[in-house]
Design a binder for this molecule. Structure first.
Ligand code: ADE
Length: 250
């Protein structure tokens, strides 16, 4: 899978060299390429922003560096895919083959585990990290002429820019890319995978600071353990995130 990231803070993404994702990159499972938006500027100050038309506080990211950088990435990826396959593709296949360009934004649809599962299946995603008051609206419209464009929010709060959001999204879908997590079973029994919060976990010692591990987990009785865990999931979800419960369980 190929991931391109456009940012004015390329050094921010050194974090992707470590841990599970660093290993996935080394193993060639995820090919991450980071692009400095300022490389597409032509003035001495490498300017990427300007004042908003219509007035108001803050600065807006200029369209030209974005257009040039995204074009270069999409042209390069089209070259990688090669032309022969496209010659036989029908319209539907062509539409599906268009790369996905994601702009993190508090004005976007909320990123969930379902989004992560969908992104993990994409062959190529481009992330555009905005800063300041956002990116000139025409960049989204122009990019949508050759790619699928999504504005995606991490949640109902405002970050200074898209970099943290992109890191979180890559972490969430990267671990779902086949081969990245050694034991895929460990992905199944997690919060949100079945729509519920996960059950509490325990390990040795069985007694710690006077606190015991629940008896059922020491019983070796698999059906009882599964039932206990499911009950814990329901109880926790009902208490902490009742809006996640399907009506018949609420
Ligand atoms: N950029 C600024 N705030 C954001 C948010 N909540 N989610 C995604 N990107 C953002």
């Amino acid at each position: 899978m190929r991931v391109d990231i456009v940012t004015i803070f390329p050094e921010f993404f050194q974090v992707l060299d470590v841990s599970l994702l660093g290993k996935a990159r080394q193993d060639g499972l995820i090919d991450v390429r980071v692009h400095d938006l300022r490389d597409a500027t032509t003035d001495r100050h490498r300017t990427v922003d300007d004042t908003p038309y219509g007035g108001g506080a803050g600065m807006v990211m200029k369209p030209e560096p974005w257009g040039q950088t995204i074009d270069a990435i999409l042209d390069d990826a089209a070259g990688d895919r090669g032309a022969p396959g496209l010659a036989v593709a029908d319209d539907a296949e062509l539409a599906d083959a268009r790369p996905l360009v994601v702009f993190p934004s508090p004005a976007g649809t909320v990123f969930t585990q379902a989004t992560a599962r969908r992104y993990a299946l994409e062959p190529h995603i481009v992330f555009g990290c905005g800063r300041y008051e956002g990116i000139d609206q025409r960049v989204f419209e122009d990019t949508a002429e050759r790619a699928r464009v999504e504005l995606v929010s991490l949640g109902d709060y405002v970050l200074n820019g898209g970099e943290v959001a992109v890191t979180a999204m890559i972490e969430a879908f990267g671990r779902l890319v086949p081969g990245v997590v050694g034991n895929p079973e460990s992905l199944v029994e997690e919060s949100h995978e079945d729509g519920l919060l996960e059950y509490p976990s325990y390990t040795k010692p069985a007694l710690w600071r006077g606190r015991e591990v629940p008896d059922v987990l020491l019983s070796g009785h698999h059906a009882k353990i599964a039932a206990w865990r499911h009950e814990q999931q329901l109880e926790r979800t009902r208490r902490v995130r009742p809006e996640l419960l399907p009506p018949e369980l609420g």
